[in-house]
Design a protein around this ligand. Structure first.
Ligand code: SF4
Length: 61
């Protein structure tokens, strides 16, 4: 996403399985490389991760 990802907007690089299409490629964004997944942020499921990250995005938008 050339102009960055807005809070609450699904990343265009996610595929139907919620996997990143850019992971491992030279186009993988630095901000994503710098993010270390943690259980307290990501939870145990996609839904839990979505809820927790939405709260963080809302707090930092
Ligand atoms: S890791 Fe980064 S580029 Fe990949 S889907 Fe997530 S936000 Fe998008």
């Amino acid at each position: 996403m050339p102009n960055g990802k807005l809070a609450g907007v699904r990343c265009v690089n996610l595929d139907d399985q919620n996997a990143c299409r850019l992971h491992g490629s030279s186009s993988y964004p630095q901000v994503c490389k710098d993010f270390t997944p943690r259980r307290y942020i990501c939870g145990k499921s996609n839904l839990e991760a979505y809820k927790k990250i939405s709260i963080l995005e809302k707090a930092t938008e």
